[in-house]
Design a protein around this ligand. Sequence first.
Ligand code: GNR
Ligand code: NI
Length: 183
Amino acid sequence: MSKYKIIIVPDPVLKQQAQPVARVDDAIRQQMDNMLETMYDAPGIGLAANQVSLLNRVLVMDLSRRNRDDEDEGEQTPEQNIGPICMANPEIVWESEEISVMEEGCLSIPQQYAEVKRPAIVRVKYLDYDGKQAELEAEGLLSHCVQHEIDHLNGVLFVDYLSSLKRSMILRKVEKLKKQEVL
Ligand code: GNR
Ligand code: NI
């Protein structure tokens, strides 16, 4: 296993559409393993291929190792506190009308957080690590996370849901952190 470098805004790769994978083969499994390692090291609870400059529709998540600091961020049922989830070609096949608001962050927009509104519950169809069709129903933090990662695969960032004022404030703060070489 090896780690990838996580890219930060305003990298144009973050605005690009990722392409479907033909099948989950050993090369894709290797990529999933490397993405998990990269995500654990960051640390984060999710990572999409675009964030490591790969433009295929692959994402990984793991909500089991999240920091205790995060634990007030939304309810999380024990069933949702599950280990690594790897997805290829994820598709939202159903979303609830009910909306959930949660504070989100992004490894590609470091140290910035904002409340984002999303469908509270989603069902996602995807190919798993073994290349088999699978489905996940997600709510709470897992729901926000999987929607956030699928957005990445479509070139969408959580700041795109904010007012242009809030968005530019956040992007300017990241620029400032970069100049100060904090990142
Ligand atoms: O680590 C992360 N935390 C998070 C919190 C709320 C909603 C989504 C996320 S995903 C983020 C890691 C990341 O940037 N994934 O793309
Ligand atoms: Ni992100």
